[in-house]
Design a protein around this ligand. Structure first.
Ligand SMILES: Nc1ncnc2c1ncn2[C@@H]1O[C@H](COP(=O)(O)OP(=O)(O)OP(=O)(O)O)[C@@H](O)[C@H]1O
Ligand SMILES: [Mg+2]
Length: 257
């Protein structure tokens, strides 16, 4: 039976006068990977920031495990098990890999379990073990992305919010990181909400997908259905059937469920 972990209802978020989220609704079931696709400026990062409490919404609800959490402080949201791996892989550059991982577990005090989780992170990302004493700022972009994900895992999240983990990485490295995300979902049962512009890799990993445009959800469905959609192919997957990439706009909301 499916169990809704996270639900966003009619959310509206602003930067001063700018309305970045214009009434978005979505659901994440336990154990799923749900992706939110959208072009630059669609509001993907703002959506994650509003869920994790970095921003307060003007309207609407964020419901986590049945409880409304919108407007709560980020630290209280983290403690509930929502981990946000932000865009641009913000690791602490002057701290070592190990210190970054330890900080990821700052809400916990079960020392032996924390060390087990560190070993688990090293199993998934062996390069981090090799570089454990190195300052994070001196890691490559891909390694920093791995560290950002690893640090998030150290909290034993109930859900991970991942903001464009593919950003700025080579196609090969993107494949590698997404293969690891898949294993984390399948083997460790980590529920994920994945924001991406890279629709292909995101839909390959995800169970469900939503498409955002200018602060609204304009399309949703199973990842398989979205992958077959002509609109998605035209806009995101390189089959340019009408106009140049980026010109095409979503005209109508489609729901397949
Ligand atoms: N700090 C800010 N101040 C004012 N406006 C902002 C700020 N951050 C984002 N915006 C605006 O909010 C809208 C949504 O931005 P957001 O960063 O959520 O988009 P995004 O989908 O994550 O884009 P990208 O794929 O480029 O990361 C955009 O119009 C953007 O210009
Ligand atoms: Mg963004």
């Amino acid at each position: 039976m499916s169990e809704t972990v996270l639900e966003v209802k009619n959310l509206e978020s602003f930067y001063g006068p700018i309305m970045a989220i214009r009434g978005a609704s979505l659901k994440v079931e336990k154990g799923q990977v749900v992706t939110v696709l959208g072009a630059n400026g669609a509001g993907k990062s703002t959506l994650l920031k509003t869920i994790s409490g970095i921003m307060d919404p003007e309207k609407g609800q964020v419901i986590f495990e049945g409880e409304e959490i919108q407007g709560k402080e980020p630290h209280s949201i983290v403690r509930r098990g929502i981990v946000h791996v932000p865009e641009g892989r913000e690791v602490f550059p002057l701290l070592t890999v190990d210190e970054n991982l330890s900080l990821g577990a700052y809400t916990r005090n079960d020392k032996a379990e924390i060390e087990k989780d560190r070993e688990m992170v090293f199993d998934y990302f062996p390069i981090l073990k090799e570089r454990r004493g190195q300052e994070a700022g001196t890691l490559s972009g891909g390694q920093q992305q791995m560290l950002a994900i690893g640090r998030g895992l150290m909290l034993r999240p109930k859900i991970m919010l991942l903001d464009e983990p593919s950003l700025g990485l080579s196609p090969l490295l993107v494949q590698e990181i997404f293969a690891i995300l898949k294993r984390l979902n399948e083997d460790e049962g980590v529920t994920m909400m994945l924001v991406e512009q890279n629709a292909k890799v995101a839909l390959e990993l995800a169970d469900m997908g939503y498409v955002m445009e200018i602060g609204r959800i304009v399309m949703d469905g199973s990842a398989d259905r979205l992958m077959e959609s002509e609109d998605i192919k035209a806009f995101y997957l390189g089959h340019q059937e009408e106009g140049a990439r980026g010109e095409r706009r979503w005209k109508r909301k489609k729901t397949w469920r």
